[in-house]
Ligand binder design. Structure first.
Ligand SMILES: CC(C)(COP(=O)(O)OP(=O)(O)OC[C@H]1O[C@@H](n2cnc3c(N)ncnc32)[C@H](O)[C@@H]1OP(=O)(O)O)[C@@H](O)C(=O)NCCC(=O)NCCS
Length: 374
């Protein structure tokens, strides 16, 4: 069987960014207005007043300082509090496809490849813009890739699951090269009126090219030494949006078809699951955790990543060993660990071993152990 490698990566970052202060100002304007309008009910004890958010809390609890978004003004508009996305005609590329094109073309360029070298496109992300035709088939069309495309959704772990599927296809010879693309418009499923989570997400898109190690000519080539996936059912991160919503009796509330989580429980339950997965994966490959030069972890919460680093290494990971991008990007779901990879791999030397690990709803988790080849 062929050895496989990640030979190029790409990143699309939206132009607009929202700071914590801007987001909190909008949220608190909503809270003040809501409490003013409901003052009588609050005074009568029949309603609870909403509580304000704060930038200090957000940074302390999550490490997030800002997030890129596809539409800033709609999110900050207190009358709307969701992005404004132009409804496109069926003959135009969809927004997710457009983001995917930018990231995929960069990954191809960095890999020294063109669409003609690729046999498959996997769109692996948390939220698809529509059920069909598959986003991947649309992206494949606009990239000019022959072969196949399909979508897969394993929430924040999607990119790791996509990389395993791509690596298996290349290893077994069913594809020469596969693009794994993760367009995430998380602002579309975020409840910006919910104090517990209004600050969590941002938008971005990543892509990686997976192909045979032999003959690879990318700027930076990472041999995939192994992939491992794990899932364990939990409702602690859930989104009830789906095609049955219009048929459901009684209808769901507007905020029941958006992202919701029990953040504390997620933190407590996912840290051991992911730490053990990384430790066991490395041990099975005969690699000492202490010899790993870099961990590109899912970017949801800084303290969570610091704890995972500590459990895996037995000491705190340095910022170089476990780079952070969530301060600037927030949680970009499946794109997060790949953004960390994309932005923080150029300083590694040939022979260095590194781990990409993504985790999230499901629960789902995936690790990709790599060795820099050039
Ligand atoms: C979401 C998360 C940042 C919240 O941080 P936390 O420390 O657990 O905070 P809690 O929700 O327990 O809230 C702590 C307190 O701050 C308050 N609080 C919540 N949101 C607030 C906000 N925006 N501003 C100010 N205070 C806030 C709460 O009401 C609570 O107050 P109390 O102690 O008086 O009850 C954190 O739990 C997390 O990131 N978990 C992991 C989630 C994850 O990885 N998800 C994967 C998604 S893909």
């Amino acid at each position: 069987m062929k050895k496989v490698a990640i030979t190029g990566s790409g990143l699309f970052t939206p132009d607009e960014s929202i700071s914590n202060d801007e987001l909190v100002a909008s949220f608190n304007a909503h809270v003040e207005r809501h409490n003013r309008q409901n003052a009588a009910a609050v005074a009568a004890g029949t309603a609870e007043p909403l509580q304000p958010s704060s930038s200090e809390f957000i940074v302390k609890a999550s490490g997030i300082k800002a997030r890129y978004v596809v539409d800033k003004s709609g999110i900050l508009d207190v009358d709307r509090m969701r992005p404004r996305v132009r409804t496109r005609g069926n003959d135009e590329p969809s927004l997710m496809c457009e983001m995917g094109l930018a990231a995929a073309n960069e990954a191809l360029r960095r890999a020294g490849r063109s669409a003609a070298d690729v046999d498959g496109v996997i769109v692996a992300c948390s939220n698809m813009q529509r059920p069909y035709p598959a986003m991947a088939v649309e992206l494949q069309h606009y990239l000019g890739v022959r072969g196949y495309g399909y979508d897969m959704n394993v929430a924040c772990a999607s990119a790791a699951f996509g990389i395993q599927a791509a690596a298996d296809a290349v290893r077994q010879g069913s594809a020469r090269a596969v693009l794994v693309v993760s367009p995430e418009i998380c602002s579309g499923h975020l409840n910006f009126r919910n104090r517990d989570c209004h600050f969590i997400f941002g938008d971005a898109c990543t892509a990686v090219l997976v192909e045979a190690l032999d003959g690879a000519r990318g700027e930076a080539v990472f041999e995939v030494l192994g992939t491992r996936l794990q899932t364990q059912f939990s409702n602690n991160i859930r989104n009830n949006f789906g095609f049955l919503n219009p048929a459901e009796v009684p209808p769901r509330a507007w905020d029941d078809v958006l992202f919701a989580q029990e953040g504390r429980k997620v933190f407590k339950e996912v840290v051991p699951l992911v730490s053990e997965m990384i430790v066991n994966h490395l041990a099975d490959l005969g690699i000492q955790a202490g010899s790993v030069k870099r961990f590109w972890l899912h970017q949801a919460n800084l303290a969570m990543n610091q704890l995972i680093g500590k459990r895996v290494l037995g000491r705190e990971a340095t910022p170089q060993e476990s780079p952070t991008i969530l301060d600037e990007y927030a949680n970009t779901s499946s794109a997060g660990s790949v953004i960390a990879f994309h932005k923080h791999h150029r300083d590694l030397a040939a022979g260095d071993v590194a781990v990409l690990c993504a985790f999230g709803a499901g629960y789902s988790a995936g690790s990709v152990v790599m060795r820099k080849a050039n």
